[in-house]
Design a protein around this ligand. Structure first.
Ligand SMILES: [Fe+2]
Ligand SMILES: [Fe+2]
Length: 406
């Protein structure tokens, strides 16, 4: 039963316990419906608190008020006046109704960025004259991966490497082997039989897919430990894994899609940001703050200031690592699927990125949820009515995947 301060008691409250004054004098019995007169007597006798019955109407009012406050917080993340019609309405439903059921604490992007935001006015540098290729070249060491992984990458990139060669090299690294087997056995890949060895994984998934997964895992390992002060790297990787899982789940709604390719594309889609963060941390922080002040998406602010975005950088890296050209194209155009040669794949990755953002799982530096147009939905070939099924499955599987990677 709630205890109320006498100043909070209102006419109509029902006493849930007898009330006595501090000297022991009996005042009112349990069940009394308080009137203005009762409240005056209680105050006169110096009663500071009373037990009252729960008032369902009032409880509901408080719940509704808290719900509205939460919704107000969420709506700030969406483009203005965008949440009334599908597909943005479907995304808003996930953010406000589905996510609170699965996440105890929801960190909104604005709150996360506040930690690095000094509040000073952002002074933007004049448009920088650097090409994306030069930027990648300036970070040779970072982009060529630590030497322990280089050998594995050489075998994985060798078109003549047999399943046995790959199994042998990968098995030399117990942590990589364990990770690959756990990914191969995770429900999102939908394999029925249990995979216990790399060679078995190759025979089930196929050599190309296993190569792709292994490369994705290696690259994340190589990039995981880079010191980046202005971005919470745990949040960054959580976002990347979230997009990987969303892309894998979403693509399974289309017949003939290779879910592993989408998984790896999701894992690596924002990798270009890391090169930018390492190469020019000060400038990149300003780009993030500029995106916040101007209420635009991060890649738009990048384009304004640099003339290219992290998709361009990611695509150069993807080429360098000999990923299939379709994957490179997806990474390059994940913010601009309509301009892509592989527009259907890029649209699925774009929607997966947005779904990860409306799930508030991790943080990739973007404050505002990008606008999802009907055209992009149409290009993806996936009906928005399945977004909530994808998001529900996502929350069942994401913790396990996070444990594998982080
Ligand atoms: Fe991105
Ligand atoms: Fe992203």
């Amino acid at each position: 039963m709630p205890q109320k301060k006498i100043t909070e008691v209102v006419v109509g409250d029902i006493l849930s316990e007898d009330v006595r004054a501090s000297n022991g004098r009996f005042l009112f019995k349990k069940g009394t419906i308080l009137t203005q007169k009762h409240i005056l007597v209680l105050k006169t006798w110096g009663v500071s608190r009373v037990f009252v019955e729960e008032n369902p109407k009032e409880e509901k009012k408080i719940e509704k008020k808290q719900g509205n406050e939460k919704q107000d917080r969420f709506i700030k993340c969406f483009p203005p006046n965008s949440t009334k019609l599908s597909p943005m309405k479907d995304l808003y439903f996930i953010a406000t109704k589905l996510v609170p059921k699965h996440l105890k604490t929801i960190n909104l992007p604005l709150d996360i960025l506040k930690k690095t935001d000094t509040g000073k006015k952002v002074i933007l540098p004049p448009r920088l004259k650097i090409s994306p290729e030069k930027l990648v070249d300036s970070q040779k060491e970072l982009c060529s991966l630590p030497s322990i992984y280089q050998k594995m990458m050489d075998v994985l990139n060798d078109p003549n490497a047999s399943a046995a060669n790959i199994g042998e090299v990968v098995s030399k690294d117990p942590s990589l082997t364990a990770k690959l087997l756990r990914i191969a056995n995770s429900p999102h890949l939908g394999l029925i039989s249990k995979v216990q060895t790399v060679s078995r994984a190759i025979s089930i998934l196929g050599i190309d897919h296993l190569k792709l997964l292994a490369k994705g895992v290696i690259i994340i390992e190589g990039f995981k430990k880079i010191p980046v002060e202005i971005m919470d790297m745990k949040q960054f990787w959580k976002h990347s894994i979230a997009v990987g899982l969303m892309a894998s789940l979403l693509s399974s709604h289309r017949v003939g899609m290779v879910t592993e390719k989408f998984f790896v594309a999701g894992l690596l889609h924002d990798i270009g940001k890391l090169v930018m963060l390492v190469a020019m941390p000060g400038i990149y922080l300003n780009i993030m703050l500029c995106a916040k002040d101007e209420k635009v998406c991060l890649h738009e602010a990048e384009k304004r200031i640099l003339g290219f975005d992290h998709g361009d950088i990611g695509a150069i890296l993807s080429e360098k690592w000999y990923f299939p050209s379709s994957l490179t194209e997806m990474i390059k155009t994940h913010h601009d699927p309509e301009k892509s040669d592989m527009s259907e794949d890029a649209a699925i990755l774009y929607i997966s990125d947005i779904l990860a953002q409306v799930s508030f799982y991790g943080f990739g530096g973007n404050i505002f949820i990008p606008y999802l147009s009907k055209d992009v939905v149409e290009i993806s070939g996936i009906d928005p009515s399945c977004y909530d099924i994808v998001a529900t499955t996502f929350f069942k599987q994401i913790k396990m995947l996070e444990k594998i990677f982080l």
